[in-house]
Unconditional design. Structure first.
Length: 357
């Protein structure tokens, strides 16, 4: 059984590889050759007066690689207002750190074969999903990218976008000037062949953009319907970043997971700061029609068309995560770790038993 760190995962995993393995996985899922386990969030009171405890779990089986994944997160969550919009913020209460783990099991033997943190892999798999959608939905000649957001997830979106299209210009906006300037400077150093800069407002960011990617922690809409222009592609990393008014102005819409057994929120009585979305499912805000749209697996498998007429507006909604992503990318990471000799190997008997229920 191999244990890896986020640093190991970052050394091993590249965005092109992540996109490739996930595209294969989505095609298998569309053809009934993979299984995902719905996300479940258990919410209960915390000792912090304005926070709650959230335990998240999701998973998936990928027979092609003979693996099953389980991803779990144990979080203390708050909902502060930032720039006038409500955010969902996880507090690093575990000795200044966060708790998120991925476990990979062999579906041949049942054995636990790998454990690693979910942080680096999380943004890579979210970025890869949106990158795959961009590759299949955006115009081939898209060269100007706008990113709304400057946090951890925004970095993954930029990496994936640059794999999907040869963007020449990237503009970054977020409400925190220090954050957006630092993000743009770091991104420019990583991608010297692309002109990357931070701007002072959202309108300047999106004006003239061929693609707009939202990557924020907001639980309110951040993509404005007034920004829609013919031939544009938009994407988000969570459903709250868009609303039905914006979607009604789009010609082609694809969601990440459509027909999935829905995510579940189990909310204990007395849990503070439970948002309205938790009552119906935060991924399923009232008024949306996500069930009417095809999903990414169908798009990858060719069961729904990609980019059509030149002037059409397309949108990809990463409405809810899929635990199956962790099976696909996790198997790749473990293969590469074994070949490189990275990580720590622990005795299998520490994670198995001689009796069973």
């Amino acid at each position: 059984m191999r244990i890896l760190s986020n640093e190991d995962v970052e050394l091993l995993l590249t965005m092109p590889e992540c996109i490739d393995v996930m595209a294969t996985m989505y095609a298998d899922y569309a053809n009934g050759q993979a299984l995902l386990v719905p996300r479940i969030d258990n919410l209960s009171p915390s000792t912090e007066p304005d926070a709650y405890y959230a335990f998240k779990q999701m998973g998936g089986a990928w027979p092609r690689r003979r693996v099953q994944a389980l991803r779990i997160n144990s979080d203390i969550v708050t909902h502060p207002l930032v720039g006038g919009k409500m955010r969902r913020v996880k507090q690093p209460k575990a000795n200044g750190r966060w708790v998120g783990l991925v476990m990979i099991f062999s579906s041949e033997t049942g054995a636990l074969i790998g454990i690693f943190p979910d942080g680096v892999m999380q943004r890579m798999r979210v970025g890869a999903a949106n990158g795959i959608a961009l590759k299949l939905l955006a115009r081939d000649d898209a060269r100007t990218l706008a990113i709304i957001g400057s946090g951890w997830q925004a970095g993954g979106q930029l990496m994936a976008a640059l794999v999907a299209r040869p963007f020449e210009r990237v503009r970054i906006f977020s409400p925190n000037a220090e954050h957006r300037n630092a993000f743009a400077a770091e991104a420019q150093a990583r991608h010297p062949g692309v002109a990357i800069r931070a701007v002072d407002n959202a309108e300047e960011c999106v004006t003239g953009a061929d693609v707009i990617m939202a990557a924020t922690s907001s639980v309110e809409r951040v993509l404005d319907p007034a920004w829609l222009k013919p031939g544009m592609h938009l994407s988000c990393i969570k459903s709250q970043e868009v609303d039905q008014t914006l979607l009604d102005g789009c010609d082609r819409i694809v969601v990440h997971v459509a027909a999935q057994a829905k995510q579940y929120d189990n909310v204990m009585a007395g849990t503070p700061n439970v948002t309205a979305e938790h009552k119906t499912g935060w991924w399923n805000a009232p008024g949306n029609r996500f069930d009417e749209y095809p999903d990414l697996a169908q798009l990858v498998a060719g069961k729904t068309p990609g980019h059509g007429k030149r002037g059409e507006i397309s949108c990809f909604i990463n409405n809810v995560g899929a635990g199956l992503q962790f099976a696909a990318v996790g198997a790749l990471i473990l293969d590469k770790a074994a070949a490189a000799g990275l990580g720590h190997e622990l005795p299998d008997e520490w994670f198995s038993e001689t009796v069973h229920p």
